[in-house]
Design a protein around this ligand. Structure first.
Ligand code: HAM
Length: 441
């Protein structure tokens, strides 16, 4: 209805009715992002590029629940981690079960592998996944309460070549979307033969320091986390702390050396960071993080590692695994920080503009044919007039506009406007699809 029409047809009684109160509108929950066009197109393109790289390396997709038994994360990720102790979205369902929105993907994948007996098939079981994860963190730029990851897990084989493949795959994922302003940091967290002794050594060292109460408590529960403390005074105090890399068992040291030699052979650059600490408890041996220089405090764009005891911890066989999680939200921020774009820069290739009822009927048909020919196409709706409709073509980022009015209908032609070259030609209606296909090829 136009404004004029509403003026003439609105019943008089409306004027004396009290103005209707506007309903409250809503915002997304705190720390939770919406992806809307055009950023959402980049999001999908990045996610698909990552998935393609994983598929090319033989990873099969798994689609898993976003909530699981709370116990799975408590046991899998570790009670002493911030993720489990402070950040989980845990609630009781109507049946009285404690469930938790998944804070990460590895524990759920492992649960599914055990449940479906994938560990009894060909090994390693190579699986990829993507979707939202939930952590009640303090929101800030690059740190969200619903975060999006793309991840892979390769389960069942303890082979340094597999560690190198997984790390190289993560690197390829980032490179394939055009990122290069990041570094790969690598370390080994040792195995069950050397880690306990090292942990005790580190703990003794830390408890001899004048730490504040909270940090002292952490040194008791999870001493490695203290090495990750960003406060300068703590950093200074722990500068001489014993390092895991100096206390590796012969087997863990050989594993680490072999991973490194494979990465060298693959041409994947890395930096050994003996103080690298991950926020999840299940890691053993190889551990890594991709750190981007343009993201400020939340600089980890992806990370992962080997987790040799996890499957047994979750009631399965005693098999090892390695994987990574890449942050999709942060990958987008990294692209923006590097001033790069990825994925389609337009919504459609072709945009139809029809003037008049008959022309519109013809255009509906024509646009349908263009889509069937494999081109992306949209058209103007709502009788906006030529100028408004052409603006729509521009906004959609179309390469070609198809204009159809009475004159063209009479001649059986369509005006094909090349919006980039600012040229136009009349093309017979029957030939339009073919002409567009040729030009877009
Ligand atoms: P993570 O390091 O906790 O590892 O998360 C992986 C990536 O998810 C991070 O590097 C970061 O890019 C992104 N991320 C994490 N938290 C947030 C947040 N609050 N907001 C935005 N992005 C975030 C894991 O989750 C492991 N499951 C990875 C893994 C798989 N390890 C072995 N297999």
């Amino acid at each position: 209805m136009t404004d004029d029409a509403s003026k003439t047809t609105a019943p008089q009684v409306d004027a004396v009715r009290p103005a209707k109160k506007k309903n409250k509108s809503f915002s997304a929950p705190k720390g939770v992002l919406d992806y809307v066009p055009s950023r959402s197109a980049t999001f999908v393109a990045v996610r698909e590029a990552f998935a393609q790289n994983a598929a090319a390396a033989g990873f099969g997709h798994v689609e898993l629940p976003v909530f699981e038994d709370t116990e799975l994360f408590a046991r899998g990720v570790g009670e002493s981690t911030d993720v489990v102790s402070k950040e989980m979205y845990t609630f009781e369902d109507r049946g009285g079960r404690s469930v938790t929105l998944r804070p990460e993907g590895t524990a759920g994948v492992m649960r599914a592998v055990i449940e479906h007996g994938l560990d009894r098939g060909q090994l390693p079981a190579k699986l990829s996944y993507t979707g939202p994860f939930f952590r009640y963190e303090r929101p800030q730029a690059g740190r969200y309460r619903q975060l999006q990851q793309f991840g892979v897990e390769a389960i069942g084989v303890d082979d340094p070549a597999l560690d190198a493949e997984v790390i190289a795959l993560a690197d390829r994922c980032f490179r394939s979307i055009g990122l290069d302003g990041y570094r790969l940091e690598l370390t080994s967290l040792g195995d069950s033969t050397c880690r306990p002794q090292y942990r005790q050594k580190l703990q003794e060292f830390l408890l001899g320091l004048p730490l504040d109460e909270e940090t002292r408590r952490r040194a008791h529960i999870n001493p490695l986390r203290v090495l990750d403390d960003k406060r300068p005074e703590v950093k200074e105090m722990t500068a001489e702390a014993p390092l895991m890399l100096d206390h590796l068992s012969a087997e863990a040291a050989e594993h680490f050396d072999t991973v490194r030699s494979y990465l060298d052979a693959l041409g994947v650059d890395y930096l050994v960071n003996p103080r690298l600490v991950r926020g999840l408890d299940y890691y053993t041996k190889t551990c890594f993080e991709f750190v981007h220089d343009g993201l400020g405090a939340q600089s980890g764009i992806g990370g992962g590692g080997r987790y040799d005891g996890l499957m047994a911890e979750l009631g399965g066989q005693d098999l090892s695994g390695i994987g990574f999680g890449l942050g999709l939200d942060r990958a987008l921020l990294a692209l923006e920080a590097e001033g790069k774009s990825f994925g389609p820069q337009s919504r459609v290739d072709v945009y139809g503009v029809a003037m008049g009822r008959e022309a519109k009927a013809q255009m509906v048909h024509l646009i349908n044919q263009v889509r069937q020919a494999g081109l992306r196409a949209d058209m103007s709706y709502g009788d906006r007039g030529l100028k408004g409709a052409m603006k729509g073509a521009d906004r959609a980022g179309a390469r070609y506009a198809l204009v159809l009015g009475d004159q063209e209908l009479e001649q059986g032609t369509v005006v094909v406007k090349d919006l980039a070259a600012h040229e136009q030609v009349d093309v017979a209606l029957v030939d339009v699809v073919q002409v567009l296909r040729r030009r877009m090829a």
